[in-house]
Design a protein. Structure first.
Length: 621
């Protein structure tokens, strides 16, 4: 067939239809792209080489770089979805990179940049994003007048510094002269739908700016040969069909697994000030899979006493009808199962304040210093808010003010190799007195008090991509945990024993008392006896006049700790972020300084490099 685009006479719709007869869908798409690409050229003849050249995107079209900064893997998942969506739109060159592996100076060469980044706790960047976060604030950061960018921030509205890391990146890039493709999107814990919308909007913007809409038709037919998506940081070299915007795990918050409770044992001895439970949940027949280091998210139910206190403070009957997701149910049942009652967050206060203009003090809290607001929120629940700032609300208004009940994630304390079709949890029941009332944690007391043997808990797995065992089974591991922070290390040791790993395992564990709080004591002693544990260091803080914690055990074993690290060991920390995380980091830095004969600055750099290499890993909360 010969087509001369310079001879339009007689080249009408009938001619086109006759030429198109017998072509399949892919050939039609390719041909339409070729004709678009040939428009306005002087090429006299049709050839596959010319078609390939003309269907390629303009040479001036810059590549799209997508950076992600993730702690548990959610940001990485969104970044990969964005890359696949870009490929489907016809964008031929997309690079997906972990911020941990990205050199900040490379920003000067970027022209189109998407950032997907989470925030840890109160405004801190994830470990993977720390270095780039600091670089952008340093004097070495380049000016970026040619860069166009967009930021998707993942966070949790229960923290006052919601999505702070994403905000930092957004503001600093703008300060360096870069311009926004669109305004930043801040996502709460239910990030999936806002992330999909952000991806769609940003790609629409890119398509409009680069006039990709027509070019993408031809590229879609040549995607298998023209796509050059580079994926870094351990992700797959290509994007399989299942990694797309419609991907969803089988069990999610919207579709949790009803897991029967097989066993519940209180781990603390009589007289302990703690209340820690070991729970075993059945996964039989579900096909649900997890790895050591992952968490099991539990959708709890509120306690009856708290529901009654909220209803009393709101002056509403439990049988008042409310609409929720198109379904009518009683207010009391909705408060039990669907609304967050045990904690207060800023967004709840904002919605409540809009319905209570008579309470100027509430608005003053919201407009005032962050520290004052944080002090107010700490330890208060919904019943406190309704009592301290009373306002007449309908049942439906109350439902609209309150936040959906959030799942609570617990580190899985078992290996599927050791316990097929089961997931074990180590849960500390949270109970305390505040402002004249008894308080309790929503999920921990649900599991401790409400869940009976044979009852089902609504659960799903939350992946923690970065808190994982070394891929090389010869690698040594050092595990530092306090209280329920020992949970993932029980899974680690079970997994390593089941796989016959040759690397050594060292556990440093702390709790108040040896006689009442040595969690899983018999198991650890058996592992030590049989070789599953090569070293066990204990720190029971209240068993002597001077308190002794796991960081002290680290310092006492400084020579061995440093020797293991120099031999390539991975170092893990799990437990309370405020009290354990910072103390262990400081102690390890001191160990490195002393044993390595380094300056404080050099020791800090050593530990930072461990973190960058993902050999210092934290699961702190």
């Amino acid at each position: 067939m010969f087509i001369n685009p310079n001879k339009p006479s007689g080249f009408d719709e009938a001619t086109l239809n006759s030429l198109a007869q017998g072509l399949n869908q892919q050939q039609l798409l390719w041909l339409s792209g070729y004709l678009y690409g040939r428009a306005g050229t002087d090429a006299p003849a049709f050839s596959t080489e010319a078609a390939a050249e003309s269907a390629s995107p303009p040479a001036s079209l810059p590549r799209l770089t997508i950076l992600y900064g993730s702690q548990t893997g959610n940001s990485k998942k969104v970044a990969l979805q964005a890359a696949e969506a870009a490929r489907q739109r016809g964008l031929s060159e997309v690079a997906v990179l972990d911020m941990n592996d990205y050199a900040g100076r490379s920003l000067a060469a970027e022209r189109r940049l998407l950032l997907v980044v989470s925030t840890q706790g109160e405004g801190e960047p994830p470990i993977a994003a720390e270095e780039l976060h600091q670089f952008l604030r340093s004097s070495r950061a380049p000016k970026l007048p040619e860069l166009r960018y967009a930021v998707l921030a993942l966070g949790d509205r229960s923290y006052l510094q919601f999505c702070q890391t994403g905000q930092d990146f957004d503001e600093q890039l703008a300060a360096l002269g870069a311009s926004r493709l669109l305004e930043r999107t801040d996502c709460d814990v239910d990030f999936q739908e806002p992330a999909r919308q952000w991806i769609s909007r940003v790609l629409d913007k890119l398509a409009a700016e680069a006039e990709l809409a027509a070019v993408s038709v031809a590229q879609a037919a040549r995607a298998s040969s023209a796509s050059r998506i580079a994926v870094a940081a351990g992700s797959a070299p290509s994007f399989p069909a299942e990694v797309g915007l419609e991907e969803a795990p089988e069990y999610t918050r919207q579709n949790p697994l009803p897991a029967p409770l097989l066993e519940k044992i209180q781990l603390n001895g009589r007289g302990s000030t703690k209340e820690t439970y070991h729970l075993e949940l059945s996964l039989a027949g579900s096909g649900l899979h997890y790895e050591p280091g992952d968490s099991l998210a539990v959708l709890p139910r509120n306690g009856a006493r708290l529901v009654e206190e909220v209803l009393r403070a709101a002056h509403l009957p439990p049988d008042a009808p409310v609409q929720l997701n198109g379904t009518e149910l009683d207010l009391g049942q909705a408060l039990f199962d669907e609304r967050e009652l045990s904690v207060l967050t800023r967004d709840v206060l904002e919605r409540y304040a809009s319905l209570a203009p008579q309470h100027a003090g509430l608005q003053e809290l919201l407009d005032g210093e962050r520290a004052r607001l944080q002090h107010y929120l700490y330890g208060r629940d919904v019943a406190d808010l309704l009592t301290e700032f009373p306002v007449e609300l309908s049942a439906q208004h109350l439902m609209a003010v309150l936040r959906p009940l959030q799942p609570r994630a617990y580190s899985i304390a078992s290996s599927l190799l050791a316990y097929p079709d089961e997931a074990h949890l180590t849960v500390g029941a949270v109970r305390y007195q505040a402002k004249g009332r008894r308080r309790q944690g929503a999920a921990s007391t649900y599991l401790a008090d409400q869940l009976r043997l044979g009852d089902t808990a609504r659960v799903f797995v939350e992946r923690n991509e970065y808190f994982k065992l070394p891929t090389d089974s010869d690698t040594d591991i050092i595990m530092v945990g306090a209280g329920t922070g020992v949970a993932p290390f029980r899974a680690f040791v079970q997994e390593r024993v089941a796989r016959g790993a040759s690397g050594r395992n060292w556990l440093l564990f702390g709790n108040p008392h040896f006689t009442t709080d040595f969690l899983y004591q018999t198991e650890w002693q058996q592992h030590l006896k049989k070789g599953g544990l090569h070293q066990l260091s204990l720190a029971f803080s209240r068993d002597q006049a001077e308190k002794r914690y796991v960081q002290h055990a680290l310092l006492e074993n400084a020579r061995d700790v440093f020797g293991w690290l120099e031999n390539g060991a991975h170092f893990y920390v799990c437990g309370d972020k405020a009290r354990l995380g910072s103390a262990v980091l400081a102690a390890l830095t001191q160990v490195v300084q002393q044993q390595g004969g380094l300056s404080a600055e050099a020791a800090g750099a050593y530990v930072r490099e461990l973190r960058k290499q993902r050999r210092y890993l934290e699961d702190v909360y």
